[in-house]
Design a protein around this ligand. Structure first.
Ligand SMILES: [Zn+2]
Ligand SMILES: [Zn+2]
Length: 319
């Protein structure tokens, strides 16, 4: 069936918004009605009940052990620690309730939610990751959130396929990367932003295919550059040792210079890597993705954020 774009009024903010023909195709595939909320209101409703990275000390309702959780004492929720939640000593079917047609559905769902145990932190198929949330298929991650297929992480957020990394936000398929943001396929680098396929790069912004760069920006396939100028290996080594002399004063100076490097750089409209026919930002290996933000390996997704390995998906966050 051929669909035409339709303008609707958002039931929350009352602004007009457009439902595109591709949205209608998806609704037809899913056999659901079109949404009554604009993108901004739909996403804020989706994320409003979600606690992603605020954690509390709690007590496991089943074994009584102290456990970190997303809820806290005053939530009055039934919290199970990681071992109890994944153990065989309880059966979710015991908490089933019959639907009562005489009562409102929402009231019954609330009643069910208060009765059913909850996992203290969402950690799936992972080992030694009990002090973080939204972690899957990972190992040895401490105080890290939104993590997949990773190993040996500390204090990190939104990491996929990384190993031995610390203090990062949005790092994909990288190793030995520290204090970096929006980085993919990088090795042994620190203080790197919006960069990919780099190694031994420091305090730099928007590098691609580079190695041994210091205080650089907007470079492609370059080696041994300092402040965007080519140097020989000896000059590089000398400056590198000066910058990393272990003194906090030198480090603070380097951070100030790094901020300046970022400010003076040319900023591209969006961070796309191996991505086609898409609208959004920070996309890697994505195709035909519309209003997609922080996506990896996605196809035919619309109105989504923080999304991995997904196809034909709409209005979703962190899946
Ligand atoms: Zn709205
Ligand atoms: Zn327990």
């Amino acid at each position: 069936m051929e669909y035409k774009a339709e303008t609707k009024k958002c039931q929350n903010c009352k602004n007009d918004f457009t439902i595109e023909p591709d949205d209608f195709s998806f609704y037809e595939k899913m056999d659901v009605n079109s949404l009554d909320l604009c993108f901004q209101c739909g996403m804020s409703q989706l994320t409003s009940l979600r606690n992603e990275r605020i954690v509390y000390w709690d007590k496991c309702y089943k074994c009584g052990e102290k456990t970190m959780s997303l809820y806290g004492d005053d939530s009055h929720k039934i919290i199970y620690c990681h071992d109890c939640w994944w153990g065989d000593n309880w059966d979710g079917l015991d908490y089933g309730l019959d639907y009562d047609e005489s009562k409102p559905l929402i009231e019954q769902i609330k009643n069910l939610q208060n009765k059913v145990p909850r996992e203290a932190l969402i950690v799936l198929n992972s080992t030694n990751c009990n002090y973080g949330n939204n972690i899957r298929d990972s190992k040895d991650c401490y105080f890290s959130f939104l993590i997949a297929n990773s190993e040996h992480l500390l204090y990190s957020m939104w990491i996929v396929g990384a190993k031995d990394c610390m203090d990062n936000h949005k790092v994909v398929d990288s190793e030995l990367v520290i204090h970096s943001v929006d980085v993919a396929n990088c090795y042994k680098s620190a203080y790197l932003h919006d960069s990919s396929d780099c190694s031994f790069c420091y305090f730099s912004y928007d590098l691609k295919g580079c190695n041994n760069c210091l205080f650089c920006s907007n470079l492609r396939n370059k080696s041994y550059y300092i402040r965007n100028k080519k140097v020989n290996k000896e000059e590089y080594k000398k400056e590198f040792e000066k910058v990393f002399d272990g003194s906090f004063t030198t480090f603070k100076k380097a951070i100030t210079e790094y901020k300046n490097v970022q400010e003076m750089a040319i900023h591209r409209f969006a961070f796309f890597l191996k991505t086609e026919n898409s609208i959004g930002n920070y996309l890697q290996n994505c195709n035909n993705s519309y209003r997609c933000f922080d996506g990896v390996n996605c196809q035919d997704v619309r109105n989504v954020a923080s999304i991995l390995y997904s196809k034909d998906t709409h209005y979703s966050y962190a899946i």
